[in-house]
Design a binder for this molecule. Structure first.
Ligand code: UDP
Ligand code: MG
Length: 231
């Protein structure tokens, strides 16, 4: 495998034993003909996720000692990525790998981060409602200009990763953090599918309050971020 592929696809995985095989198959099909690597990050799964990973020339697997959270897994994967372009995607098949080529192509229009938004979301009504409220509040409070940060499917130029400070909850503020460094951010609609295997790792109790607190932190951070240009 070349030491610097064109595209790195980063996947956080926590107990996705019944999704990983199909996910790898779909990724390989969707990315056929492209120069890519898969950076699979096992976030301390207690099931058979790791043993079901199909090894290959394009596959790199990072295994956490214990569960450290989606932000940690994504941060580790994004920083291990060697591609000029880094794509992030969920490991539960809710995002569709077929959307990846279009996201990557959109970067060529002069964008640094392309965020997928789930135009027709396939989650429960309660989850969609929570998400709609959270996105509305976050958008007006932080002004990140994107409608759906909860959609993990994103493509960024690798240098954008410097904006991603490692805190628990970071994965919900990727556009906010990257945009505040002056990078150009846009959105494209992407497919979304119901979760058919495994369980969601989030509910109202472990998301709403934390994400609200994080929002204040990110607003503060972005307001105090140093910005300078060297002559
Ligand atoms: N995930 C992870 N660590 C965690 C929780 C989730 O790596 O502590 C992964 C999970 O395996 C999935 C992605 O993050 O690939 C999104 O999680 P989930 O599908 O549960 O979130 P939802 O779609 O319900 O928002
Ligand atoms: Mg999911």
């Amino acid at each position: 495998m070349p030491s610097s592929p064109a595209i790195s696809v980063v996947v956080p995985l926590y107990n996705e034993e019944d999704n990983i095989v199909n996910l790898q198959r779909e990724l390989d099909q969707a990315l056929a003909g492209l120069d890519y690597e898969l950076v699979l990050v096992d976030d301390g799964s207690s099931d058979a996720t790791v043993s079901r990973v199909q090894p290959g020339d394009r596959v790199r697997l990072l295994c956490f000692v214990k569960n450290a959270g989606q932000s940690a897994a994504m941060h580790a994967g994004i920083h291990a990525a060697r591609g000029d372009v880094v794509v992030t995607i969920d490991g539960d098949l809710q995002n569709d790998p077929k959307d990846i080529p279009a996201l990557v192509k959109k970067l060529d229009e002069g964008f640094d981060l392309v965020c997928g938004y789930r135009a027709k979301r396939k989650d429960t009504a309660f989850k969609r409602l929570q998400s709609r409220i959270a996105n509305g509040v976050r958008r007006s409070f932080i002004g990140d200009g994107v409608r759906d940060t909860g959609c993990t499917l994103k493509a960024m130029r690798r240098e954008c990763r410097e904006a991603l400070l490692p805190f628990n909850g970071m994965h919900r503020f990727i556009p906010a953090l990257i945009a505040s460094m002056g990078y150009r951010v846009t959105e494209v609609p992407v497919n979304h599918r119901p979760r058919t295997a495994g369980i969601s790792k989030y509910g109202f109790g472990n998301r709403a309050w934390r994400a609200t607190m994080d929002m204040f932190g990110v607003r503060w951070l972005n307001s105090r971020r140093v910005r300078y240009q060297v002559k």
